[in-house]
Design a protein around this ligand. Structure first.
Ligand code: TXA
Ligand code: MG
Length: 332
């Protein structure tokens, strides 16, 4: 299929909205990562997203709204806790999982009785949803198994010829996907960590927020790596290893391993990240782009340094661990 490349002028966004209204697919920028959108209430349109991504059809999608006022188009009951989160974190990088209305089709929620909803802060994204006049279901606009796209070029790489249009916006400001929080019970659970962290949720809700158990076992600092628990998801083609330990020792170990691998004829990509909590937002912004670069350069191996797992750093490490299939090398 021909893919229309659009800018982010109002005129272009209106063209894109017409495509959504007619049941087509449009990739668009958001502050987290680029999304691949379709009318969330149109089964056939949503089905095309799975095809374009090459994604299993039981994976639930996030439904994007242009304003928190539209929440009653997808769910019935807004609790006090939900209201607090909406007031504090929307528009922005937070997805709430809530009970769904039946008007949201099974294909959008992967057959679940819940729906993930988010109001993005990116202006182009908001205009697109507003002009389309419907909630927009949108997973990240990457081919299944590739890192989420944070730049227009990434989306073109993956989606040219597979979608009706791509809107060229600015690079994604945050660079990792939204925090997903399950609000279907009185005990909120973070399903995917992101820019909005556990402590941020807790200070707004005034109560404990839990981490889904999968996040704990993926966090090598909390628990030892379970053998055989390989979860390659945001996976580069290169095999990735994360070096964790004292900074100078980590750098030395990476240099040594790089030389060893190069002497065997391997192409090695090194990613040394700043070892400061304050640098996490910069790492978040660059990570997926660097992973794609490593693939573009046909690297065989990526050797990366761990970053401090406080606050946003925890969320960024979660993505790094997934990319590395939990391959962590402890340097003592
Ligand atoms: O930042 C983002 O969230 C981006 C932009 C485009 O908004 N979207 C995104 O979508 O990352 P996707 O499909 O790549 O990831 C959605 C995540 C998945 O992990 C999915 O399992 C979870 O949200 N999710 C969505 N709906 C859910 C539901 N009803 N229950 C549990 N998890 C859900
Ligand atoms: Mg995704």
């Amino acid at each position: 299929m021909d893919t229309l490349l659009l800018g982010d002028t109002t005129e272009d966004i209106k063209l894109a909205a017409d495509i959504i209204k007619k049941g087509g697919l449009v990739a668009f920028p958001t502050e987290t990562v680029y999304g691949l959108g379709a009318n969330a209430l149109n089964r056939d349109a949503v089905r095309k997203i799975y095809e374009a991504k090459g994604r299993p059809s039981d994976n639930p999608m996030i439904v994007h709204l242009s304003s928190a006022n539209d929440i009653l188009t997808v769910t019935r009951n807004v609790t006090e806790d939900m209201k607090k989160l909406m007031d504090n974190f929307w528009p922005g990088p937070m997805t709430m999982v809530v009970p769904r209305l039946k008007s949201v089709p099974d294909v959008t929620t992967g057959g679940l009785d819940t729906v993930g909803i988010r109001v993005p802060s990116n202006e182009t994204a908001c205009k697109l949803i507003l002009f389309s006049g419907c909630p927009i279901a949108a997973p990240s606009a990457n081919l299944s198994g590739k890192p989420s796209p944070t730049r227009f070029e990434h989306v073109k790489q993956d989606m040219m010829g597979r979608v009706d249009a791509i809107i060229k916006g600015t690079d994604s400001d945050i660079g990792i996907e939204s925090s997903v929080i399950d609000m279907t019970s009185d005990n909120p659970v973070i399903l995917r960590p992101g820019k909005i962290t556990k402590s941020m949720f807790e200070s707004v809700l005034g109560k404990e927020v839990f981490l889904d158990s999968s996040l704990l076992s993926a966090n090598f600092k909390e628990k030892p790596k379970a053998p055989g628990m390989k979860y390659r998801h945001y996976a580069p083609n290169a095999k990735m290893y994360i070096y964790d330990g004292e900074r100078d020792k980590v750098e030395t170990a990476i240099e040594l391993e790089k030389s060893r691998l190069e002497s065997l004829g391997k192409k090695v990509c090194v990613m040394i990240f700043e070892d400061r909590e304050e640098s996490a937002s910069e790492v978040a912004k660059q990570l997926f782009s660097k992973l794609r670069e490593a693939d573009d350069n046909s690297c065989d191996v990526i050797l990366a340094s761990a970053i401090p797992t406080k606050e946003l750093g925890f969320s960024v490490m979660n993505r790094m661990l997934k990319a590395a299939g939990n391959n962590v090398i402890k340097i003592v």
